[in-house]
Ligand binder design. Structure first.
Ligand SMILES: [Ca+2]
Ligand SMILES: [Ca+2]
Length: 252
């Protein structure tokens, strides 16, 4: 039995030596991610390209604000090219790695070597995807004293939180407030979040509304929506002692 264990152990050691001496090892990268001068939010996507081809197994979504690949997060791994496949699917010695942040080219590149563990601090400017805004108002019609709810659906491909939001009702802006904190999940603002404000006292008329906002970097607006329609209605305040009474009524 003991001889058998020695035999198996010997095979494993030889296999290990063979692996480390005859095959290329993955390379791993870590560092900071800075977009527009500030730390990129959780959920920032990094892709790696060699000679115009994306290394799809290296696609990475950050788990920490402003950094990637630091323990306990996994490193950004670039596998060695598989010689059994004709396509370029990994690194070869001396290959230049191009990094993209949310689809925009980063300012830095790296050179792939087997087994390297490199710090690459990624920066990117003018690389913001603006948010998209879709809004609605409810109810569609009402009176001057009706409380209208304006709701905007905010989403941002970079997982950026809103910087500010408002709704413009026929030229009068109203702030939309809410929790604009940094993302706490990898897809919080990519998936989209809903914010609303209640407004009453809107002047009678047929209005149009437009939502605007920023992701902290660039402002954008929704399409213009119809509504609300506000009807005029006289409000009769009765003094104490008065009563409203109905009379029999026969239409002519
Ligand atoms: Ca290959
Ligand atoms: Ca953005």
């Amino acid at each position: 039995m003991r001889d058998y264990i020695y035999y198996i152990t010997g095979i494993l050691i030889i296999a290990g030596i063979y692996t480390t001496t005859s095959q290329l090892m993955p390379a791993s990268y870590y560092g900071s991610i800075t977009r527009e001068g500030v730390g990129a939010p959780i959920g920032t996507e990094i892709t790696v390209w060699i000679d115009g081809t994306e290394m799809t197994t290296s696609r990475y979504v950050s788990r920490t604000k402003g950094t990637y690949g630091y323990y306990p997060d996994p490193g950004l791994i670039v596998l060695p090219d598989n010689p059994d496949t004709s396509e370029k699917d990994g690194g070869g010695t001396g290959d230049t790695l191009v990094f993209k942040i949310n689809g925009f080219g980063a300012d830095q590149t790296a050179v792939w070597y087997s087994g390297n563990i490199d710090e690459v601090n990624l920066t990117c400017n003018n690389c913001d995807n603006p948010p998209t805004l879709n809004g609605s108002v409810s109810p569609a019609t009402g009176y001057r004293n009706t409380s209208f709810t304006f709701t905007v659906y905010y989403s941002d491909q970079d997982n950026d939180a809103p910087g500010w939001l408002n709704v413009d009702v026929s030229g009068t802006p109203y702030n939309i407030t809410g929790n604009f904190s940094d993302a706490t999940t990898q897809s919080e603002y990519k998936d989209g979040k809903q914010y609303s404000v209640q407004v009453s006292g809107i002047s009678p008329g047929t209005h149009t509304s437009r939502f605007s906002g920023s992701d902290g970097f660039v402002a954008t607006s929704s399409t213009v929506i119809d509504g609300p329609i506000v009807y005029d209605r006289s409000i009769i305040n009765l003094n104490e002692g008065w009563n409203l009474i109905s009379f029999p009524f026969e239409p002519s």
